[in-house]
Design a protein around this ligand. Structure first.
Ligand code: CU
Ligand code: ZN
Length: 183
């Protein structure tokens, strides 16, 4: 009988604890954030690292990339379909993000993959910066959202015309695109 009583008291206490915890939880927030982010990690045998942010602005999404550990010159820079960087060579990220089934091209082309961000260009120290407004992608919950996809940096330049990859060579860095923590 004492054991049962102890159990009951324990249950009641645990239940009230849960209620208090619930009451203290702030009002549910939207699952989305005002900014997307991808932290780039090198694939096997490479050393490129970096951060890419995606911030909504009037008419599109501001893409800001800072990448290091590159060979000097241009490197293909894309959003790939899957947010999966698990393969040692980055192949798990799939092909270019292309929800509208258009040909491969550059970021300024009328018809292009949503993921066609063109090239980043590294200086003599292997550092690259890129800033442009993309008019195709979003970071919302729609079909053109970059969230849940990945950013891939390539070994070679994207020629902006060879189908379907721009002949950009191997994948030297991969980063999943998620929502950034914002205040
Ligand atoms: Cu690519
Ligand atoms: Zn493409």
């Amino acid at each position: 009988m004492n054991l049962l009583k102890t159990l009951l008291v324990g249950l009641v206490l645990a239940f009230s604890g849960a209620l208090i915890a619930l009451a203290q939880t702030p009002a549910a927030k939207s699952a989305t954030s005002s900014k997307g982010i991808s932290v780039l990690h090198p694939t096997a045998g490479n050393k490129a690292t970096g951060t890419v942010t995606f911030t909504p602005v009037a008419g599109g999404v501001q893409v800001h990339a800072e990448i290091a550990g590159l060979t000097p010159g241009k490197h293909g820079f894309h959003i790939h379909e899957f947010g999966d960087c698990s393969a040692a060579d980055g192949s798990s990220a799939g092909g270019h993000f292309n929800p509208t089934n258009e040909p491969h091209a550059g970021p300024d082309a009328a018809a292009r993959h949503e993921g066609d961000m063109g090239n980043v260009e590294a200086d003599a120290s292997g550092n690259a910066k890129l800033d442009y407004v993309d008019h195709r992608i979003s970071i919302g919950n729609d079909a053109k959202s970059a969230i849940g996809r990945s950013v891939i940096v390539h070994a070679k330049p994207d020629d902006l015309k060879t189908q379907p990859t721009g002949d950009a060579g191997g994948r030297i860095a991969c980063g999943v695109i998620g929502w950034a923590k914002t205040q």
